[in-house]
Design a protein around this ligand. Structure first.
Ligand code: PLP
Length: 417
């Protein structure tokens, strides 16, 4: 329930032990939900009754993480088959199930406050929609997110309230921070956040690394290329490897916000303000999970840089990659997946033939229809919008517009009950 530890640090498991060899051997025969349940049992089996945990996993994931081949021993792990078409569904939906499970034990309604610049808000809203005992208050910067992203947040209704704030994403985040610090709000309402540093969002992301490897013929060690912003996704991969997944190499692929690839080259970590790019979910200048990566490597730079390869790409390279992939294979990438594919190609090109022959998997973190503005011109063609996205485009929108004023937001919250 607490995203941050009392000293301001991020939670990590004390120990991460390898899963039994029997489980690893059985992987190819397990569905995503079955293997997710087995892994969840390791983390949560002593906190949640096993039959309840199994139900939670199936509720959280009514979809799979399929692996498609694109030829030449390169595979794409599609992480956009959830309800909001981005990989954030994996973490947000699992966290929603856990919070819903524990909140029923207390009689007060839990209010989840989320400031969002786009994808996180819709995944959290969809995950918590109709979960009893929970209300979600989303704050988004009015006019600064895409139409599809806005509709995904404002058409759910019920226990989801969306506030269009006349300001920037930073204004939204400040309002939420002030609310958490306000003693009257804290005493009258139960409030918490669902931001991406919560360990409940991180752990379930390890499931799909196992699912990916299980779909590669012959149990070979693989190379994973991860398009990264806050590095939660890559950190989940490092945890999967500690749990016994056979990984030859990780690739930290970024847009020009490249503080981690720079660190992997120089050993110096220099956060800076973020720059806007076409892969906007990765526009992060001070990645919050970097401290978890350091901890997992016990601050051993040489070890980290020998196991993780960093690579960064410009918007021009990214859009060109979307175009080339479409021309060659008709597969449509989104800009984030394109950054990951570029990372994998660069890694393979720079290696001797021996190391280059490991199967490579790149993570496709969003459906291209979420980024019509950059994808359609790149492929020179129109994209079909998936049905689950279309249905929300037709429902009526409901949101309340607010100035970026804490006084107004505060009285709104205090009037909720
Ligand atoms: C959030 C996001 C990312 C970055 O993931 P991190 O875990 O923050 O590194 C990549 N792609 C998409 C589509 C995202 O929404």
């Amino acid at each position: 329930m607490d995203g941050l530890a009392p000293d301001g640090g991020l939670y990590l498991p004390d120990t991460i032990s390898p899963l039994p060899e029997k489980f690893l051997k059985a992987l190819p025969g397990l569905s995503f939900q079955e293997l997710g349940f087995e892994i969840a049992k390791v983390w949560l089996g002593d906190e949640i009754k096993v039959s309840d945990l199994e139900r939670l996993v199936w509720e959280a994931f009514p979809f799979d993480a399929p692996l498609e081949t694109t030829g030449n021993d390169i595979y794409v792990l599609e992480l956009f088959h959830g309800p909001t078409l981005a990989f954030k569904d994996f973490g947000a939906r699992f966290m929603a199930q856990l919070v819903g499970y524990f909140v029923t034990e207390s009689e007060r309604e839990l209010n989840i406050l989320v400031a969002t610049s786009g994808d996180t808000g819709s995944a959290v809203a969809s995950g918590f929609h109709q979960v009893p005992g929970i209300r979600v208050v989303l704050l988004f910067p009015s006019g600064k997110i895409s139409e599809i992203q806005r509709k995904q947040m404002t058409t759910l209704g019920g226990n989801i309230i969306s506030l269009a704030i006349e300001g920037t994403f930073d204004d939204c985040q400040n309002l939420v921070k002030q609310a958490f610090a306000d003693p009257t709000i804290r005493s009258k309402l139960r409030v918490t956040s669902a931001n991406s540093i919560n360990i409940a969002r991180l752990l379930p992301q390890s499931f799909y690394y196992f699912r990916a490897a299980a779909q590669i013929p012959g149990r070979k060690a693989t190379v994973f290329s991860v398009p990264s912003g806050n590095f939660g996704n890559l950190t989940a991969g490092l945890i999967a490897r500690r749990m016994g997944l056979s990984v030859e190499h990780f690739i930290a692929a970024t847009n020009v916000n490249d503080v981690v690839p720079q660190y992997l080259k120089t050993g110096v970590f220099k956060p800076r303000s973020s720059v806007q790019t076409v892969s906007n979910a990765m526009d992060v200048g001070n990645p919050s999970n970097f401290e978890r990566m350091l901890d997992l490597y016990k601050n051993d730079f040489r070890k980290m840089s020998s196991e993780i390869y960093g690579a960064a790409f410009t918007d021009r390279e990214t859009v060109n990659c979307v175009k080339c992939m479409y021309d060659e294979t008709k597969y449509v990438l989104d800009p984030h997946g394109a950054v990951a594919l570029l990372g994998l190609q660069k890694f393979k090109a720079g290696r001797s033939s021996d190391a280059a022959k490991f199967p490579g998997i790149f993570l496709e973190t969003a459906h291209p229809a979420k980024f019509l503005e950059s994808v359609q011109p790149a492929i020179g063609n129109r994209l079909d919008i998936p049905e689950r996205l279309q249905s929300c485009l037709q429902r009526p929108e409901r949101s309340i517009t607010f100035r970026a004023s804490f006084e107004e937001f505060r009285s709104f919250l205090l009037d909720l009950d």
